[in-house]
Design a protein around this ligand. Structure first.
Ligand code: HEC
Ligand code: HEC
Ligand code: HEC
Ligand code: HEC
Ligand code: HEC
Length: 168
């Protein structure tokens, strides 16, 4: 027979381990397959956000660009960069770059980019921070997506905070 204390200890340990795993899953740094440099493309080559994030102004999802967008300029190497060499290899193999998504809402939440950018006139930076200044990919969201943040701005902008506006 195990003593009540050791049973309690085992339960406590299991709870802590699960909590730890959930915390780790939530805060673990995200590594991208290619060291993409936003700043170089945005500042140096004067590309607009929507040149790559094709539906950031006119769609629900902004989309993370993949080889069909990059191939416009990278179907052949134009530099000695190892990161670019990896990209050129993906393009040559017709293989998708497995980018990991940083910003997301749960499935029970509806969020439309077009509504906020094109119609609401809100800058990308307001919700995403200075992504255009990044010289290496961000390991976590620069600004966390929380219900509190959505609701605060809706309140300030005079937009409805009806639960069913966002949860549908
Ligand atoms: C009002 C806040 C807000 C603004 C403004 C905004 N975004 Fe987002 N963005 C979000 C949220 C919330 C998500 C997660 C959405 C999801 O999971 O569908 C997201 C996700 C993304 C993603 C990854 C998922 C996807 O939608 O493909 C990209 C890329 C992105 N945004 C780019 C942009 C760009 C570029 C702009 C400016 C043109 C912009 N966003 C403006 C809130 C915003
Ligand atoms: C409009 C043209 C254009 C598009 C589209 C484009 N790039 Fe580039 N990219 C460039 C140029 C120009 C360079 C600089 C080459 C050099 O160093 O001379 C570059 C450099 C790079 C490098 C090497 C930079 C470094 O850090 O040393 C990587 C990696 C890269 N791009 C990734 C991408 C990815 C991923 C995409 C698609 C999502 C993409 N690029 C789309 C023009 C473009
Ligand atoms: C040359 C193409 C290109 C341009 C231009 C570009 N991006 Fe990106 N963006 C990418 C790529 C590739 C990724 C995925 C790798 C990374 O996170 O660096 C990405 C990732 C992102 C993400 C994270 C999406 C997610 O949830 O994973 C946001 C937000 C974002 N970009 C915003 C912007 C904004 C804002 C601008 C304009 C200031 C911009 N991007 C311009 C190619 C581009
Ligand atoms: C910085 C301010 C701001 C933030 C942050 C923000 N919103 Fe909004 N939202 C607006 C504005 C402004 C509108 C009205 C846009 C318009 O149509 O003029 C709006 C409209 C909406 C609508 C109505 C769209 C429709 O189709 O009826 C939904 C849904 C919504 N937001 C969801 C969200 C969610 C979910 C978040 C958080 C992930 C969020 N918003 C964060 C400002 C914001
Ligand atoms: C403006 C958009 C918006 C409105 C309005 C809104 N929510 Fe949310 N809600 C979100 C977003 C985004 C998330 C996911 C991010 C998070 O959990 O903070 C969320 C998450 C939740 C969750 C899940 C929390 C969790 O831990 O998984 C519940 C429950 C919830 N909302 C209930 C409500 C109720 C009840 C209302 C009305 C009183 C409401 N929401 C109004 C955007 C909204």
């Amino acid at each position: 027979m195990k003593s009540p204390a050791s049973v309690l200890g085992a339960i406590l340990a299991a709870v802590l381990a699960l909590g730890g795993a959930a915390l780790w899953a939530a805060f673990r740094p995200i590594e991208q397959p290619i060291a993409f440099n936003h700043n170089l493309h945005v500042e140096e080559f004067e590309m607009e956000c929507a040149d790559c994030h094709l539906h950031a102004l006119n769609g629900v999802r902004a989309t993370i660009p993949n080889i069909e967008v990059c191939a416009d300029c990278h179907d052949e190497a134009q530099s000695e960069s190892a990161a670019e060499a990896r990209l050129v290899a993906y393009i040559a193999d017709g293989e998708r770059v497995p980018w990991r998504q940083l910003y997301w809402v749960p499935e029970h939440v509806y969020f439309s980019h077009r509504r906020h950018t094109k119609l609401g006139g809100i800058e990308c930076e307001t919700c995403h921070g200075a992504m255009g200044d990044r010289v290496v990919p961000a390991a976590r969201p620069l600004i966390r997506v929380t219900m509190k943040r959505c609701i605060r701005c809706h309140q300030e902008s005079g937009v409805s905070n009806d639960c069913l506006l966002c949860h549908r």
